[in-house]
Design a protein around this ligand. Structure first.
Ligand SMILES: Nc1nc2c(c(=O)[nH]1)N[C@H]1C(S)=C(S)[C@@H](COP(=O)(O)O)O[C@H]1N2
Ligand SMILES: [Mo]
Length: 196
């Protein structure tokens, strides 16, 4: 059985260079899957923002949307048309006040993973905090109870088990970005690795 396929020509404009279509939805995690239950889950905003903590209830009180997005892992697999439900990053940000010099955010995760995103890539209408995958509660392996989904960047930016957002004026580097991956990670430009 083949797990990866070269995209057919009609899908060529959907699949970035060097990527193949995955069958199913692979799990890609560095280290073990942390156990996070919904009742204890919190999201903490820190740095250049009024310190704020969201509980699960707080998050569910924000507008909920279904969305469909393509998913591109830097290890060369892509999955098209993944269906999610969650809260728009823009709606979450609208509830807090950021310092005007804010230009970068570090996503923190239960388990210790981090990844950085520039605000220009973060504060976009297509970015979500997702809790539902294909109409089912987001499975723990895929980042449940809550993960980021940033469709226009490689999926290592889509932090699973999200626990915090820390806002900065200056660029910061997350876990993979400190370990050789590109600071931004745009798949159509094949921003896979940082140039040493
Ligand atoms: N907390 C955390 N988030 C993470 C990762 C991780 O190891 N830990 N892996 C990243 C990578 S490299 C990819 S490709 C996607 C994989 O998501 P999936 O396991 O749901 O396919 O999650 C990203 N988010
Ligand atoms: Mo990945």
């Amino acid at each position: 059985m083949k797990f990866f396929e070269k995209p057919t020509p009609d899908l060529a404009d959907r699949v970035p260079p060097g990527q193949n279509l995955a069958k199913g939805f692979p799990v890609l995690t560095y280290g073990p899957t942390p156990e996070v239950n919904q009742a204890d889950w919190q999201l903490t905003l820190s740095g250049l923002v009024t310190p704020t903590t969201f509980t699960w209830e707080d998050l569910m009180a924000l507008p909920q949307h279904q969305f469909t997005a393509d998913f591109h892992c830097v290890t060369t697999w892509s999955k098209l048309d993944v269906t999610w439900t969650g809260v728009k990053v823009m709606d979450l940000l609208a509830t807090v006040e950021l310092e005007p010099q804010t230009a970068h955010v570090m996503a923190h995760c239960y388990g210790g993973y981090t990844t950085n995103v520039a605000m220009a890539d973060f504060a976009r209408p297509e970015n979500f905090l997702a809790h539902t995958l294909e109409n089912q509660p987001l499975p723990p392996d895929h980042g449940g109870p809550l993960r980021l989904v940033i469709p226009h960047l490689y999926a290592w930016k889509s932090a699973k088990w999200l626990s915090g957002l820390e806002f900065f004026a200056e660029p910061v580097l997350g876990f993979w970005e400190r370990n050789g991956y590109h600071e931004r990670g745009e798949p159509w430009a094949e921003e896979r690795y940082s140039n040493p």
